[in-house]
Ligand binder design. Structure first.
Ligand code: TYD
Length: 340
């Protein structure tokens, strides 16, 4: 298949591009705007692959997207391009609406004109909102509560409208909290790992008892590929890791792997509108023949090892734009935080 992956220089996108290129019959075009978290270093090992092509551009730029479809004859699209960090969406909600809603709208329209046979939207379990008990099913009502999740929900609804209106063969995956190598260190797990390596405090929002279901990026990408090949058009598929944990125990696990003291934990001012818990029911994906294989213990250890052995990768990030962001997000919080 000739597959257009958008946002392929990002965290999940880069793992997905590499995974698809491992299939001899697939060709991959990566369209990425290379904004703050897009990083071609993530794909340095496949840059010269004969079936891989990189295009620098934005999914919201119709002429660029149209040209990519014309030149590369993509038959399938996997849309990984997105603004994804809740805390940044609180600082700049408009940027999230632009990429995650309007960008998706442009990409969908160009995909329809090009007549693709598959359009897979990589979404998130956050569109269901906070789930106090039980597990979200794909047909549950959407109740997003952050500008990020609201923008993703808007994108999902547009994607579904292209199925009901135009019969564009769309698919949506809603993954749970994903972790693994190459994740930008603004997210909880890589932030904790890299801070702990440097003996810096680990900031836990609120009481640290918020719950997330952790999914290895390798299992997430395997599921996306499975849905692309076997999913039923018009359908949504939840992807969970099956490892629901409180943030505090994730932080403690990281400290244990690194042999660092628990005193690095700091309870800091909470995130506004912080969703208490996400949890998804994955029976639809299971029925399609796909289940996660990586245990959290094993996945976290491998992730910690990756950050330990790739200090150049994250130190370059942490010494750039990230410093201003970190100061803005954590400066006051950490000054006022309390020890764990
Ligand atoms: P995050 O990685 O931002 O993912 P999401 O908010 O999309 O679930 O955060 C995961 C959890 O960790 C979430 O409950 C917020 C919490 N968290 C902290 O306690 N401290 C932090 O510095 C960050 C970034 C997150």
């Amino acid at each position: 298949m000739r597959i257009l992956v958008t946002g392929g220089a990002g965290f999940i996108g880069s793992h997905l591009v590499r995974r698809l290129l491992a299939n001899e019959q697939d060709h991959v075009v990566n369209l990425d705007a290379l904004r703050y978290s897009g990083n071609l270093e993530n794909l340095a090992d496949v840059a010269g692959h004969p079936h891989y092509h990189f295009v620098h551009g934005d999914i919201g730029d119709a002429p660029t997207v149209e040209k990519v479809f014309k030149e590369h004859q993509a038959e399938a699209v996997i849309n990984c391009a997105a603004e994804t960090h809740v805390d940044r969406s609180i600082l700049d909600p408009g940027g999230f609406a632009r990429t995650d809603v309007l960008g998706t709208a442009v990409l969908l329209e160009q995909a329809r004109k090009a007549g693709v046979t598959r359009f897979l939207q990589v979404s998130t379990d956050e569109v269901y909102g906070s789930v106090v008990r039980g597990h979200s099913k794909e047909d549950d009502p959407l109740a997003p509560r952050s500008p990020y999740s609201a923008s993703k929900a808007g994108g999902d609804l547009l994607v579904l409208s292209y199925w009901s209106t135009y019969r564009l063969p769309v698919l949506i995956t809603r993954g749970s909290n994903t972790y693994g190598p190459n994740q930008y260190p603004e997210k909880f797990i890589p932030l904790c790992i890299t801070n702990a390596i440097d003996d810096e405090p680990l900031p836990l929002y609120g009481d640290g008892r918020y719950r997330r279901d952790w999914l290895s990026v390798f299992d997430h990408c395997a599921a996306i590929e499975h849905v692309l090949r076997h999913g039923e058009p018009g359908n949504i598929y939840n992807i969970g890791g099956g490892h629901e944990l409180e943030n505090l125990s994730v932080a403690e696990g990281i400290l244990k792997h690194l042999g660092k003291p628990r005193s690095l934990i700091r309870f800091v001012q909470d995130r506004p509108g912080h969703d208490r818990r996400y949890a998804v029911d994955c029976s639809r994906l299971r029925a399609l023949g796909c289940t996660p294989t990586v245990s959290f213990e094993e996945g976290l250890r491998a992730t910690v090892d990756w950050y330990r052995s790739h200090e150049g990768w994250w130190r370059r990030i942490k010494s750039g734009e990230f410093r201003t962001y970190y100061q803005q997000m954590y400066g006051k919080r950490l000054r006022e935080g309390t020890a764990g």
